[in-house]
Design a protein around this ligand. Sequence first.
Ligand SMILES: Nc1nc2c(ncn2[C@@H]2O[C@H](COP(=O)(O)OP(=O)(O)O)[C@@H](O)[C@H]2O)c(=O)[nH]1
Ligand SMILES: [Mg+2]
Ligand SMILES: [Zn+2]
Length: 291
Amino acid sequence: MTMEQQPYIVKGIGGFYYVKTADGVVECKPKGIFRKRGITPVAGDQVRLQYDAGTWVIAEVLPRKNVFVRPPVANVDQFFIVASTVQPSPSTLVIDKLSAIAVDRGAQPVLVITKGDLQKADELERCYSTAGFPVLCVNASSGQGLEEVRAMLAGKLSVFSGNSGVGKSTLLSALMPGIQLETGEISQKLGRGRHTTREVVLYETCGGLVADTPGFASLDMARAAAIPKENLELAFPDIARLFGQCRFTGCSHLSEKGCAVRAAVQDGQISCTRYESYVTMYEQAKEQEKR
Ligand SMILES: Nc1nc2c(ncn2[C@@H]2O[C@H](COP(=O)(O)OP(=O)(O)O)[C@@H](O)[C@H]2O)c(=O)[nH]1
Ligand SMILES: [Mg+2]
Ligand SMILES: [Zn+2]
């Protein structure tokens, strides 16, 4: 992240952008050329500004590392996936979809397990450590695990995702005390239409940037960011590790003979739920490609 040197978009509201520069935050309009080229600047974009007839304008959006549409945010380094042990109980499919999207876009997924005070997190922790992801356990009431999350924020742009009720807002408030976060609760009650009007805001904290993405359910993101079935195996680190070891090149790992991935599931090196998610996502990608 070269955020300190290069101006970047903190948030966009109603056609205006707020850009953090070395001299503070300035309000900008984007150049008309962006619309013509189909470029929509979003939070996280690094930009070049120009002073033009008394106002600042975004003259250029620098090349992006990645960009997400829902929520609209660019240059994401780290993707925290929040899941609770209970209330709601974890959906491995949601975790696997979100982590695969992160990997596919070149962002590091990190699993954060909440509500370990209500039920043991061991099984989830083991499943995802084995899969090759950093896993952190936090407890909102005792503050356990918060320091580890804070330590991971430095120098990076991070987003937090996960199903409603898992404890995202609680975690973000604990990480950024004193910052009045937007709450998604209201927009969720008002229905889907409102979601799109909610803006991503970047906050500087613990030496990094954290995106507050109110009102965006994790499934919006999973739906908006489909991965082609051929790329899927690379988005599962535990499957990618076995790349080239199947009998047939281009093995889909669904039913081919001599499949190293299915052998690894058989002998417990790859967890069954991880493999089930792979199969589900593969079938869904196939359906989508047909349409
Ligand atoms: N027992 C327990 N409750 C938690 C924990 N983290 C969050 N909660 C509670 O879970 C509920 C949902 O939390 P919230 O932050 O609103 O979830 P969000 O929908 O993901 O933003 C709230 O009642 C929180 O107080 C935790 O670590 N332990
Ligand atoms: Mg919330
Ligand atoms: Zn295979």
